[in-house]
Each structure stands twice: as C-alpha cells, then as structure tokens.
Design a protein around this ligand. Structure first.
Ligand code: AVJ
Length: 327
C-alpha cells in the first residue's frame, strides 16, 4: 500500500528500562511510570476503559469534536498535515480527519503511539475507510515522536494531543513538553489539546474505579507484565486497586496497595521487594485543570489559546493553541 509508511522508533534499551523499574520499586515512595501500562494487553484494556459508562472523558471529547470539526478544518489552509501524539485507536480523530477531507482532497495523517499493535491496526482501518488519506505511522514515545515532527518539513501542521493525555505529566513537565512542541512548530501551525477539567470527586473517582473492575485490571496489568517479562512473583490477589482524587493538587492518583506484609521476588532484576500492609505502589497521576490552569499552561509554553470548546456538561475542554510569535 503506497499510502502507508510505518516507522518504529520505540527504544529498545531494555537495560535502562529495567534500571528505572528497580529504582521505582525501591524508592521510599514506590512508583512505576504509567507508560509501562501499554503492552498489547494494557492497550486493549485502555480501549475498553474508554467505552465504560463511568469514563466520561472519551464521550465528552467526542461530543466536542463532532460539534466543531468543520469549524476547525475550515480554519486551516489546504494540504495541512495532521500529527497526533498518543493516537491510540484514533476513533475520535476520525471526526477531525472527516472535517479536513471535506475541505481538501488529500490528507496526510501522522499518528504517533507507544502501542505498536493498536497503531498498526488503527492505521490500516483508517486507510481502508478513507481513500484520500495517507498514513505515516510512528511507533514511539513522545520524545522520539517529537524528534520525528521536528525533522518532518512540509505544509502547515495541526498537532493533536487528545484524551487528556497531558494529565499524566506534572503541571511543570506538561509545560515543558508543550514548549518543546512549540519550538518544533512554525507560526502557521496549531496544537489542539484535549484537557479534562477539575470537578467533583463523585464524578472523577468512579471514572478511575469503575464497577466492572476494568481500571483495576488495567492497573494490575503492570504486575502481570513484571511477572511475565521479568520473572516476577507478584501475587495479584494481594494488591488492590486504589484511585483517589487529590483535590488540593487537582489530580487522580492511582495505586496498587499491598494488602499484607510481603516480599516479592523479581528474578530477572535480582530483586526482592518488601511491602508492609497498606504500602502502595504509585502507578499513575491524571491531572485535572481549571480554566486558569489551562491559561497558565498555554502561556508557560509560549502559546495563546485561539479557540476553546467544552461539552454541554462542562466536563472537558478542547483547546486550539497558537504559537506566540516571540515566545
Ligand atoms: C490515557 C492518561 C488520559 O489518565 O484518564 C484511564 C489513562 N488511567 N484510566 C487518564 C487512564 C486509568 C488516561 N490517559
């Protein structure tokens, strides 16, 4: 298929990854980075999470994109290129693609994702469904993906960062990443960022602790991975899923909590990790933003907010950021 190219920029530095896992598990506040969720099983579980009744984020963002895709596409010149960080199944991106294909007869789409399997599958589905689409898929983490964007010259670009993926970064780090993106952009380019808003914990906590236990399974999959890939001996029954909204900081925190005192052997890491009863492994932060925090994020990264849309219930925001000329 001439309209399809696939680049694999996933780092193969297994030794460095292992060292990071050891350091995380041995830290005084044990932690595992959320990027490790996304092996093929974790990617599939995340896809299922997006369909859950409690996980309002995907639906709210889809509602916004459906309402504004024509206006969005209409504000760009012909032969604009779409680049997406963390494209996943790209199911919401379809709305944006369709908006652009109503305005221009060809469109290049560059999805960048850490999930190789989901990336390939979604790319092929898009190619099948949109005859005038060219797909340049890049399997990569954000950093390598950004490098790819920087080296790719071309017409004007719309960069997408949907799904409140920004939420996994601490606020200052989110600003730094966006600033790096800003540096790779021209003044004609735009960055579209989907950001979940601060809200009542009664809505937030069930979104991360659903009644079907899907999010718990997604969380525990980290331990399943360690057991399988590093010959670990985590007993899944003795780690419970916890998701709490830290209202002061404005983030959901996810943990795996050891329900008893125990030692866990991880053979390939030559490691024995001790847990006390109630000791937790911090597995994810999901930051939520107030409008003032979105303003501050954009400003810190050298952007101005050109458009800002919300779903009818005011749960989620989609922000079109324009580079400030002298930032
Ligand atoms: C993919 C990081 C946006 O934080 O909402 C969903 C991941 N974790 N349920 C989020 C996630 C638990 C998700 N992001």
């Amino acid at each position: 298929m001439s309209d399809y190219r696939f680049f694999d920029r996933l780092r193969a530095d297994a030794a460095a990854e292992r060292r990071a896992i050891v350091a995380g598990l041995l830290a005084s506040a044990p932690a595992i980075a959320p990027k490790h969720f996304y092996d093929p099983v974790g990617c599939a579980l995340f896809g299922a999470i997006c369909e859950l009744p409690e996980y309002y984020l995907t639906r709210a963002e889809r509602e916004i994109l459906a309402a504004h895709n024509d206006e969005l596409a209409g504000s760009f010149p012909n032969s604009t290129v779409l680049v997406e960080f963390g494209s996943g199944s790209a199911s919401k991106t379809r709305l944006i693609i369709e908006g652009f294909l109503r305005n221009q007869n060809r469109l290049r789409y560059v999805p960048i994702d850490i999930c190789r399997t989901v990336l390939e599958e979604s790319s092929l589905e898009l190619l099948r469904d949109y005859l005038n689409l060219e797909v340049v898929a890049v399997a990569a983490e954000y950093r390598e993906g950004l490098e790819y964007v920087r080296n790719e010259a071309g017409g004007s670009k719309l960069l997408l960062w949907l799904g409140s993926n920004v939420g996994n970064f601490h606020r200052a780090e989110a600003g730094e990443f966006l600033r790096n993106v800003r540096v790779a952009m021209t003044l004609a380019d735009r960055m579209l960022v989907g950001i979940d808003l601060r809200k009542d914990r009664a809505i937030l906590e069930p979104a991360y602790d659903d009644s079907q236990g899907m999010t718990a399974e997604f969380n525990r999959n980290l331990l399943v991975r360690i057991n399988r890939e590093l010959s670990g001996h985590f007993d899944l029954e003795t780690f419970s899923h916890r998701a709490v909204y830290n209202e002061r900081i404005g983030r959901i925190e996810m943990y795996l909590v050891s329900t008893c005192p125990q030692r866990v052997h991880i053979e390939d890491l030559h490691l024995e990790v001790q847990f006390t009863a109630g000791e937790a492994i911090h597995t994810e932060n999901s930051y939520k933003y107030s409008l003032a925090e979105i303003d501050a994020l954009a400003a810190a990264a050298g952007f101005q907010i050109e458009r800002q849309w919300f779903d009818a219930e005011g749960r989620f925001s989609v922000n079109v950021l324009a580079p400030k000329p002298h930032a």
